[in-house]
Design a protein around this ligand. Sequence first.
Ligand SMILES: NC(=O)c1ccc[n+]([C@@H]2O[C@H](COP(=O)([O-])OP(=O)(O)OC[C@H]3O[C@@H](n4cnc5c(N)ncnc54)[C@H](OP(=O)(O)O)[C@@H]3O)[C@@H](O)[C@H]2O)c1
Length: 388
Amino acid sequence: MSSKRVAILGSTGSVGTQALEVVKRHPDRLDVVALAAGGNRELLAQQVRDHRPELVSMATDEVAAELRALLGDEAPRIVWGHDGLGEATSGVGADIVLNAVVGAAGLAATYDAVANGIDVALANKESLVIAGELIMKAARAKQVEILPVDSEPNALHQCLRGADVADVRRLVLTASGGPFRGCSAEQLAGVTPAQALEHPTWKMGPRITIDSATLMNKGFEVIETYWLFGLPVEKIDVVVHPQSIVHSLIELVDGSMIAHAGPTDMRLPIQDALSYPERWERAVEPLGLPESGPWTFEPADPERYPALSLARRALEAGGTAPATLNAADEVAVAAFLSGALPFDRIVPLVSEVLDASDVTAMDDLDAVFAADRAARGETQRRLRRTKS
Ligand SMILES: NC(=O)c1ccc[n+]([C@@H]2O[C@H](COP(=O)([O-])OP(=O)(O)OC[C@H]3O[C@@H](n4cnc5c(N)ncnc54)[C@H](OP(=O)(O)O)[C@@H]3O)[C@@H](O)[C@H]2O)c1
C-alpha cells in the first residue's frame, strides 16, 4: 500500500495538532512531507522531530531563523512567508494539502493547491467564504477534490455520499448556539473574552471560538456550504442543536432525512477528509447512544443571531462582499479579544463595514485582496472613532 503524501498547513493550531494525531495512528497510510505554521517555533520543532517532513515554513524569516537554531542538524529545508507557504503547498509533491491556517492568511494556499491540481482537506473555511467562486471554478477545471474538514460541511459531504444532490430538498447545518444561547441582550453586553472563549462543546482556536459565540461561524458555514455543494442558498438552513452530536443533516424530496452523528471530536472529520474515498478504522470512540442523549433541536432565531442574516446578505450581494464580511470580522474579533470592543458590538460593526463598502466583481485574487485590505482599514477607522 502506498502512503499519501500530506502537507499540513497551520500544524501548530487546534486542527493542525489533531491532524498530526490522525497521522500518528496511520503511519503506513500518511506521510507528512511539509509542515507550515505562524510563530510557534517550539511546537513546530517538536513536530519536525516527530514527523521528519522534507520542508517546513514559518510566517517570517525571523522565526524561521529561530526554528533553524532550535533544530540544528535535525533541520529540514526551512522557508518562510508567503512564498514559503506556497512551497509547502505545491513544492513538495504532496498528494493532499490539509489547510488549517486561520483566517484570510490561508486563502492563497488553498488557491495554490487547487491551481496545481492538488486535493485539499479544507479546515480554512475562510478560503471559500472569501473566494468561493474562484476556488470552485479552478477546482472544477483541475478536477481537484475539496474535502471539508469543518465538521458540519464534512457531515453534509458524508450524508450526500448516500444521495443524489438532485433529490435534496434542504441541507441543514447544526449550530450549538455557543456559550450565550439563553442570554439576554443585557447579559451579552457584559461578556468578557474569557467567557466567550469557553465554548460549551468544542475546543478550538480563539477566532473560531468567538465566531461560534456570535454565530458568525455558522454564517460562514452557510457560505462554505453554498460553494461546496452548489445548491441555492434558500436550500441551506441552520438549526440550533446544543449537544453538537448531530453534525448536520440532509432532507430529501420524499421527506427522508439523513443525519451524521458522532462525538464532538475533530479527529473524525480530519481523518475522513484525509482517507476519502476510503474509510479507515476508528478515528474516535463511537458514541454510547443512551449516554449521548437527549438530542434537542431549536430554531435559529434570526433576531437573536443577526450574524446569520448578515452572512446570507453578503452571499446574496456576491462579488467581494463575503471577503469584506470576513475581513471586518477578523479585525472586530481581534479588537474584542484585546478588550477594545464589547462583545455585542462585533456583529453590528461588521454590518456597518459591509454597508459602507463597495462590492466589486470577483475577477481574480487581486480583487479579493483589495476588498480584504479596504475592509480591514474601514473597520480599524471605525474602531478608532469609537475610542476617541
Ligand atoms: N479548531 C476547530 O475545531 C475548527 C473546526 C472547524 C474549522 N476550523 C477552521 O480551521 C482553521 C484553523 O482553526 P484553529 O482553531 O485550528 O486555529 P488556531 O488554533 O488558531 O491555529 C491556527 C494555525 O494557523 C497558523 N498560522 C497563523 N497565521 C499563519 C501564517 N501567516 N502562515 C502560516 N500559518 C499561520 C498558526 O500558527 P502559530 O500558532 O504557529 O502562529 C496555527 O498553526 C480556521 O479556519 C477555522 O475556522 C477549526
